[in-house]
Write a protein that binds this ligand. Structure first.
Ligand SMILES: [Zn+2]
Length: 362
């Protein structure tokens, strides 16, 4: 059995620009309604770093310019209706400054993984407390147990891991095998233990398995593929749009181009683009529903015999959930709902994490 987890990074643009209503509340509202139609569960990965800024602004000025109260209401609705809310942190928001209507990022604190332990711990405990204070009143059993780092960057991972464990989190869900960045954040997940199966994390390296590790990595499902196997009109549109936009400088944005890549000559760029293999994440905002159906069938063919319930983590971003995307995703939700002998909609708390302490093999 495979439990699909739709994890949604819930945030405005990485440089602090954009309307929280348009980029978070409105698209997530449509998504929750769509998911309810199929009995699907959404896991909102709330960037509490920025949400706390919106809250502080509303409380200080008495003006809810960043729709903090709508965000609060939406997170409560999610829990009330059986969805989930877990933790995502963009650390550069904590000391960000409001300038001309946008949150000017503190670039010194951009990479959480590079901050001292005390600072990381302070951020994680503040954010976890915020979610639990807000959501305990709605569901007594609510716990903040899963974390995703901004820009997927868990490297070096020691400080983050120590703080997550100390604050009682059980799961990290930042790693996608084959992923690499060498820019403002740096990581190389080529040697990650698995592209699908969770593993207990070794303190020294998030990619490495250690049976005694306290934290379990539940990776974002990813395949290493040539680009033409996953190009779609929607994705090309996103890449073109992002390339004309300064938001593309942020690692999580569609069409992100590293500084190294942008320095290559045009033939070099084209050659690499078409010939190199790229990390194809199971992204429910960028892949078509049919691509996700085929991906789920490949997962079943490879891992279906294991006999344990396995999480399949998909990733999305509320800020790019368009109407086209909405229509394209629907057949995939229907596919999961119809094939309930093989697949189901899940939340992180649905899994027995002990199952993943021993190495499972495909
Ligand atoms: Zn993010």
């Amino acid at each position: 059995m495979f439990g699909h987890l739709f994890t949604l990074d819930y945030e405005i643009h990485g440089n602090g620009e954009g309307s929280p209503y348009k980029l978070m509340v409105e698209p997530t509202d449509r998504m929750l309604t769509l998911f309810d139609k199929y009995g699907a569960k959404l896991t909102i990965m709330a960037d509490v770093g920025e949400i706390l800024k919106f809250k502080e602004h509303a409380e200080r000025t008495g003006k809810d310019d960043f729709d903090y109260y709508k965000i609060e209401e939406q997170l409560i609705r999610a829990i009330k209706t059986g969805h989930d809310v877990q933790l995502h942190i963009h650390s550069s928001y904590f000391k960000s400054i409001l300038e001309n209507g946008a949150w000017k990022q503190n670039w010194e604190e951009y990479s959480l993984a590079d901050l001292p332990y005390e600072r990381v711990n302070e951020m994680i405990s503040t954010c976890k407390k915020f979610l639990e204070d807000l959501l305990h009143g709605v569901d007594d059993n609510y716990n903040c147990i899963a974390f995703r780092a901004a820009n997927w960057s868990m490297s070096p991972s020691q400080n983050i891991m120590k703080a997550l464990i100390g604050n009682g989190l059980k799961i990290d869900t930042s790693v996608f095998k084959f992923g690499k960045r060498n820019d403002r954040v740096k990581f190389d997940y080529s040697n990650a233990d698995s592209e699908l199966l969770p593993w207990p994390i070794d303190d020294s390296d998030v990619c490495r398995r250690n049976e005694d590790g306290a934290l379990i990595e539940v990776p974002i499902y990813c395949e290493n593929r040539r680009v033409w196997t996953f190009l779609t009109p929607n994705r090309i549109f996103r890449v073109l749009q992002a390339s004309q936009h300064k938001h593309a400088k942020h690692e999580e944005d569609p069409g992100y181009v590293s500084e190294q890549e942008s320095k290559q000559s045009l033939p070099g760029k084209l050659y690499n683009f078409f010939m190199a293999k790229h990390a194809w994440k199971f992204d429910f905002n960028q892949c078509t529903g049919n691509q996700l159906i085929r991906g789920s069938k490949r997962i079943y063919d490879k891992y279906g015999h294991l006999g344990v319930k396995i999480p399949v983590v998909l990733i999305g971003h509320s800020k790019i959930f368009t109407g086209i995307n909405e229509r394209s995703l629907e057949p995939f939700l229907a596919f999961i709902a119809e094939n309930h002998d093989k697949y189901c909609f899940s939340k992180f708390s649905d899994f027995d994490l002990q199952t993943f302490r021993e190495k499972l093999t495909a």
